[in-house]
Design a protein around this ligand. Sequence first.
Ligand SMILES: [Zn+2]
Length: 619
Amino acid sequence: MANATTPLLADDRRSAHSDDLSDSEEDALRGRSHATHTGRSLFSRSREALLFIWALLATAGVLILAVWISHHQQTSFTKPGGKRNLVFMVSDGMGPASLSLTRSFRQYTDGLDYGDTLTLDKHFWGTSRTRSSSSLITDSAAGATAFSCGEKSYNGAISTLPDSTPCGTVLEAAKRAGFVTGLVVTTDITDATPACFSSHVDMRTQNDEIALQQIGQGPLDRVVDLMFGGGRCRFLPNGTAGGCRKDDVNVVDIAKNDFGWNYIDDRASFDELWLGKKDVPLPMLGLFADTDIPFELDRRQLNDIYPSLSEMTETAIRALEKATKDSDKGFFLMIEGSRIDHAGHGNDPSAQVREVLEYDKAMKTVIEFLENSKVEGVMVATSDHETGGLSVAKQLNVEYPEYLWYPGVLANASWSSEHLAHRLHKHVAHHDPSIADLKRWIHDELVVPGLGIADATEEELTTVALYPALAQPALAKMISDRAQIGWSTHGHSAVDVNIYSYSAVGGPAAADALRGNVENTDVGRFLREYLGVDVDAVTQELREKRGLDTSAKQQQQNQLLEGDDESTGSRTGNGGGHNGETTESQPEIPDHWTAHEELETHRLEEEEQAEEAKEYTEV
Ligand SMILES: [Zn+2]
């Protein structure tokens, strides 16, 4: 073989110099040995090709596996088998600055070490982006729709999509799957966040309709088993004591008679349940205030009238745990620290720190329950958005800013600016003082004992006396200035918010899908996936019951859009241009804060009229 191949090598070298030698001539010259060479070469080439393909496939396989594992780690979670409980907590309007504010405040007031942290801090998990489909700055309705439906929608939407069709919620799907469900809030139970789990309307202002759907008079019948909160006036007919509905429907009566609700409306009845003297009968509707339950700062001095968030939380958990004792399903409970948002709207830092502390206490209650429960369970907590543009610093003049803020100023306040402003409104309504007298009264009755401020300026007192309607922000500003706390708005902001999570049984990684920076809709999707419930089936059922054919509805919507851009455009758009800037003007959606101030004014007027009528009859 070696003899045969040697000349060929020489030939090869020669032919390298002979460009004219064709391939066929060369083949002829090579003869048999060429054929042998070609055979071996074919075999070796095929082997190389096979090896190459194998290597390529193996590499591709490894790559696909790596990508899948990484994706799986990012998006999946350890889904507990069998019975499970899910507690979802919402700190409405709480941004990261509120944590620093409250942590330092507590360290100051309780004389704690700088390393002392809140329960919240110990369970920090990730962060969430918050924009809605209609704006870079969300409201609570679009924020809660992201949690309840796992879908983006427009500001004002109550579990309704931009095409005006309803979307099923995790609570509704949980109820359908056999879980027991509950809602605990400190604001109206018909307010945006609880409403989004238990009703479907186009606009958050439709409180009257929301109340009816929540007790069971909706397309899905009753889906909630327990509701604790405020907003009693939304359930009582217009013109009756404590009623603020626009119609004369008594929702409490319908709830009791047609849907079997047990109803309580005062602290005494609540205490029987809270202190464990009585089991909580389900379904249970507990409405403890006409509108909001007072800020915790005020409530602790009105403790004989209103229960706290942590007390309601503990009672609700005990009730739901007992109700699911013999069930193979657990419960879904949504708990909202609703009024952190209101303290932000009012730019009142002393009210806010107490709201956050009470929310922190409620979270501790939830964690202790999960720790001691034999049932698998998870707590996930987040905020719908930040409110107030809070910053834990404020430059008071053109001088170089000081690097400090004073928690002691917040500690000195014993009432919220909201409570003190309402006292002023009442005083002005019943008396007719001169400005000088009013300034003295404001100083002696509100500012010194209520805010704990002894150095109010003439200008500050004059502002409050001249414009009682602006007293709340003016009084709050007196605290913020002295504590050197800054605010950029009386509305919401677009800052990312924190996510918290805890799980005792089932491992701390249960909410792994929410690690890092996620979209608020990811939080909503996690809730349904953790419970393993079919939200899409509920969406389908809602649409069928409303006689909605999605495509027909979309067609109708498009026609509306073509005919009348202004009336519907801002709701259906996804925020305008690709930069996410809202190109169309935003519709006016009165938020809860404004609406409540109007309600309060209306109530004062009614009180005044009643008093005048009483004086008249007495004369
Ligand atoms: Zn708000």
